[in-house]
Design a protein around this ligand. Sequence first.
Ligand code: ADP
Length: 665
Amino acid sequence: MSFREWFRRPWQLPAVFIVAIVLPAAALSWLAWRTLEQDRALERRNIEERLQNVANAVAAGLDHRLVELSQQLATLPETSGLDLPADSILVTIGDAELTAYPAGRLLYYPSAPEGGRLSDGALVVAESLEFQKQDYPGAAAAYRRFAQSADPALQAAALLGLARCLRQNGQPQAALEAYDDLERLGAFVVEFSPAELTARHARCALLAELKAPELQQRALALFNDLRQGRWRLDRSSYELYTEQVRAWLPPEAALAEDAGALSLADAVVEAARLRQDMKQKAAGGRRSAWLRDRSVLIVWNNVPQQMTALAAGPDYVSRWSEIWKNQNVTVALADPESHAVLGSLPPAGEPHVLRSVIETGLPWNLMVSSANPARELELFAGRRRLALAGLAVIGILILAGGYLVGRARAGELAVARLQTDFVAAVSHEFRSPLTSMRHLLGLLEEGIIDNEERRQRYYRTLAHETERLHGLVEHLLDFGRMEAGKAEYRFEPLDAGPLVESVAADFRADLSSGDRLTVDICTSTVRIKADREALGRALRNLLENAAKYSPAGAPIRLALDAEETSAIIRVHDRGPGITPAEQKEIFKKFYRGAGARNQEVKGTGIGLATVQYIVRAHHGQVLVESKPGAGSTFSIVMPLETGGPAAHPAKSCARDARDPQKEES
Ligand code: ADP
């Protein structure tokens, strides 16, 4: 079996479609999808590469800032230009001394300074009177003697004792005055606490006892002074005092802790510890500490004499974000325990680059991600859209191509089927007259028919069948010529009326009942230019169809009309009618309607195609109007011959429905 034959088999069509269309389309889609995937991976790699470069630059930038800062610390105090924003504090830590810049920003110190010491036994008499004998007036008098002492330590202790005894003795006003005296000793440290703070705190405690309204104002002032680092306290003293003072204030005063300042103070404590550790070492360093839920950067420079350290909160660090300002990236810094210092981590799945503390030597892990990943991926998305559009176009082309090929193939198969039907129909058309002719000839040959009249009838039948066969062959040959474009026409101006009448007369003669046909002809002359014989053949064809598709004896009407510029010949029957779908097909060669095939009406399917060829050669057209069950009307519409006598025949086309039977008789 050749490929052509194989391909012609109808059931091969789906297989061909799958092999030729679906598989390549699927392969193409897979290929495109793979390419897109690779493209996407490449794009991600490009983005990551960019982020890697930015991350390196950011790490180098941050390192540079830290080194610079460290160097500035080394040259202090000569360097006056060190910029100290609110979120930072600078300290120099010597062996005995710690100095903070700016002075009031440090809330507490790593250790409380040593103050004046009370010489043992100085107040032993007064204390024994107070604590053992509980002789408060006596003790007060004893304390009062020392309250004027030139030794501030003794004076302070005596004033405190005096105030205590006066309170016990029910003399609050006098106690308050003693506190006033104590306060005047100012920052002088007595027993690890400045005299002024001790006095003001004790006064508030007394005012609280007395429920004096003055308390609030005094307590608030004390609280503010504590928060402004007025006194040199260690952490526990600071916390103790602030806690107590806060208790005297109403809750609505909402005196929140300044977490930033507290964390800086903690960082200074941390720096002092570092100083302890490295004492003689000359070294610089940096570290990120997590203090009071905040990250604090500590940068230091240590020489044997002193350490200079800067403690800075996140605000200080955020000023360095200018390093990556125009890089279209988001930078997140996290300390080694993963506390966020700056920025936030990118959502999961988005491209980012990580630089660890170990890699960079920075105090933070560094994470760099794209600031606008959507825009960064836009180029890729655009390219993908383009590829998808291309793919869609290719897909559409493949499908359209497949559809067209399929349709052409289906058309080819339909034509092949029609041709087969045609050959069968033509064979049938030939076979039946030939069979009867052979039979009659046999009878005549044998000479067994002695009846002359019967013999004559047989001869007539033979002549008729021969004529019919000849007509059939002619019809086929004509159709072949028309198809090949070789049909010849002899056009002449003529009156359509007589032509139509003569065709009707011939046709009527062949009908078993002649009055089945009515002819309705416009009485005016309808001039056309036509090939008499060809047009007659076309008309005869329509009449034959009307007769063979209608029930036996059903009326047929033939009419000739003229309108403005055309002559119209209509053949109307009361046959089965034609469905709209079949109306589109019946003019195609070899096409036979379902009714025609099912009811085995004789025919070859080239009648209407022939009619159309002929009418088109006359520059006219064949129209069909039909409804299933309501009969059909076929019309031949042809141009009137210009300049002929019936220039405007429509107005003068008088109707004369003639009864041909009567006319003939
Ligand atoms: P044939 O008559 O040999 O089948 P035609 O080309 O003359 O071929 O007609 C094509 C088809 O059109 C017919 O098979 C039939 O189905 C349909 N047809 C033509 N004329 C009529 C008619 N007057 N009434 C109903 N069907 C018709």
